[in-house]
Design a binder for this molecule. Structure first.
Ligand code: AMP
Length: 563
């Protein structure tokens, strides 16, 4: 190589291409400038109950997100501050996504379905400065504040204020002092805010995973990871959204950013339809038809409700064409019903909070189109292939890669610019040799299409939420008559899975299922309670004394819940 060549390829010379940072504000600016009159429709939460519909467009959303950014600045919010939300899918939540991240702060979407103590833990751990709540969740916050005052515990200690996401007319009469009204906050501000430019590695959003052990852990997304994810997820092999799409995210904005749809829709210029709190079959169907929805996304449980409603009333969709379903495995019967009875293309997706969340999506390849419908359904039941930018491997117990032959299965590991490196406030990397272990066990075929065969964690997936088996076991084990307890998930027709508690009693003790379940009262959220209790003489263990849950699952394979 001569002198001239080395100058041309030198990495230290001035960049030859622009160094524009990848920032979330660029998404809403793009949508406002190029798809300004594209609608954002929301079923309202305040005021008119579920019947109310709010309509505006990307231009309005950008303007109001800028007013919000100005308001945050005047409230003393600075770059890096965490701003929590407890809110449904709606236009004000959408404005927070852009106003908060756009001004350099971090939006922390809290899952209201968590046990109140976990919510308090998360808000304290994140050191959230302000909390924005839908009117629906004001009683939840009231209870949290009241409990902490009664116990003189410094709960929610970092909060400087609570903003209710409504207008003056619908402000609730709460017991908490100095609640701020969202619309008052915005109306006091101009929309002249200029989105600042800063390092693309600046954190933009925070989501906590409901971990299997211990407390929830925070995943801190950055502007860069979010923009990379957006490009990948909007692509034809993935969500395939465009300005011709009308997308209704059923997956909540408090659940891994509604799988990125508030960002993806803005990038693609798609019309957005937000369902608010009304996630029942009748309300969803009405919105799908009225707004001419073409695409959606949600966990299997919500589709069960919608399918039941359609079947009971003999209804069909007019415009709705395809949906991503993930969060837990799509039951084959649901896949068949949606595809064959309703003509909806089901895109089975897999991912994790740690992955922003999408890792794989299952869209049929060109070569699959010639296959029979039955053969296609078998492929569609798999969790899919990684989109460009995401890499998957399966490892054996020693961390050695296994072949992608569709048979060998092992620990699934991933790497990508939108995958977590370390948890929030944790100094240790979560990676092994540069890869993130997912805790799932999978096989990968020669086309790169992956299938989850098991999970190394034993959490119970109920209606898209996680229930920690260890947490339930720990409570059961605290009962004086319990010798040992194990919890496994068993299939449930409505909730995917529900917990089954399996117990060995101490010798010479009396204990019934009802009494044991009563013991859980007040110790855990009601929806996490085991659905049934079985008493056995002993539990199976591994050589190192751990519970052998694979054996238990086999033993109780035929078990059916009564309800
Ligand atoms: P979360 O972080 O709450 O989104 O949960 C991530 C976990 O959900 C994954 O590690 C899987 O165990 C499970 N999961 C997500 N999608 C699927 C799917 N399509 N099939 C089976 N399990 C899934």
């Amino acid at each position: 190589m001569n002198q001239a060549d080395s100058t041309v390829v030198s990495a230290t010379s001035a960049p030859t291409m622009m160094q524009r940072p990848l920032l979330i504000s660029s998404l809403i600016e793009h949508a406002a400038k190029n798809f300004g009159d594209t609608e954002i429709v929301s079923r309202t939460i305040d005021g008119a109950g579920h019947a109310g519909i709010h309509r505006y467009n990307y231009r309005d959303a950008n303007r109001r997100a800028k007013q919000l950014a100005n308001a945050l600045k005047h409230l003393g919010v600075v770059r890096g501050d965490r701003i929590a939300t407890l809110a449904w899918n709606g236009y004000r939540h959408f404005e927070l996504y852009y106003g908060v991240s756009g001004m350099g702060a971090i939006i922390h979407t809290v899952n209201p379905r968590l046990f109140p103590e976990q919510i308090a833990y998360i808000i304290n751990h994140a050191e959230d400065k302000f909390l924005f709540v839908d009117v629906t969740f004001v009683p939840l916050i009231e209870a949290l504040v009241a409990t902490s005052v009664a116990a003189s515990a410094p709960s929610l200690k970092s909060l400087k204020g609570i903003v209710v996401m409504t207008d003056r007319a619908h402000m609730p009469s709460a017991k908490i002092d100095n609640l701020i009204c969202y619309e008052d906050l915005l109306s006091a501000e101009a929309d002249d805010f200029v989105w600042p430019q800063f390092d693309e590695n600046t954190p933009s959003g925070l989501c906590y995973t409901s971990g299997t052990t211990g407390n929830p852990k925070g995943v801190l997304y950055t502007h860069r990871s979010t923009i990379f994810y957006t490009y990948a997820a909007m692509s034809p092999e993935c969500f395939c959204l465009s300005s011709q799409s009308v997308v209704l995210p059923i997956v909540p904005m408090f659940h891994v950013n509604a799988w990125g749809l508030p960002y993806i829709a803005a990038a693609a210029g798609s019309k957005l339809v937000f369902p608010g709190a009304a996630l029942d079959g009748a309300s969803l169907y009405q919105l799908f038809e009225q707004e001419e929805v073409t695409a959606s996304a949600g966990v299997p449980t919500v589709w069960l409700g919608l399918i039941n409603y359609l079947k009971t009333h003999g209804l069909k969709f007019s415009t709705f064409k395809e949906t991503v379903i993930g969060g837990s495995a799509v039951p084959p019967a649901m896949l068949r019903t949606l595809e064959l009875d309703f003509g909806i293309t089901v895109l089975h997706g897999w991912g994790m909070t740690e992955m922003s969340p999408l890792g794989t999506l299952n869209r049929l390849r060109g070569k699959h189109l010639k296959l029979s419908v039955e053969e296609q359904l078998v492929i569609k039941a798999r969790q899919g292939a990684p989109v460009f930018g995401m890499e998957l491997e399966i490892w054996d117990g020693d961390g050695k890669p296994l072949p992608h032959d569709g048979h060998a299965f092992g620990d699934l590991v991933v790497r990508s610019p939108w995958v977590l490196e370390r948890y929030f406030k944790d100094a240790r990397s979560a990676l092994i040799n540069g890869w993130l272990p997912t805790g799932d066990v999978a096989n990968i075929d020669a086309d790169g299409i992956m299938q989850i065969t098991d999970r190394s964690k034993d959490v119970i997936k109920s209606g898209g939420e996680w229930i920690s088996s260890i947490e339930l076991e720990n409570i059961a084990m605290a009962h004086p008559a319990v010798f040992e307890a194990a919890v496994i998930g068993r299939a449930h027709p409505k909730w995917d899975e529900r917990p089954l508690l399996i117990v060995v009693k101490k010798p010479n003790t009396e204990l019934g299922a009802e009494e044991l379940l009563k013991f859980f009262d007040g110790k855990i959220a009601k929806w996490m309670l085991p659905n049934a209790v079985e008493f056995v003489p002993q539990l199976p263990h591994t050589a190192t004394g751990k519970l052998l849950k694979t054996k238990l699952r086999d033993d109780f394979r035929a078990f059916k819940f009564a309800d």
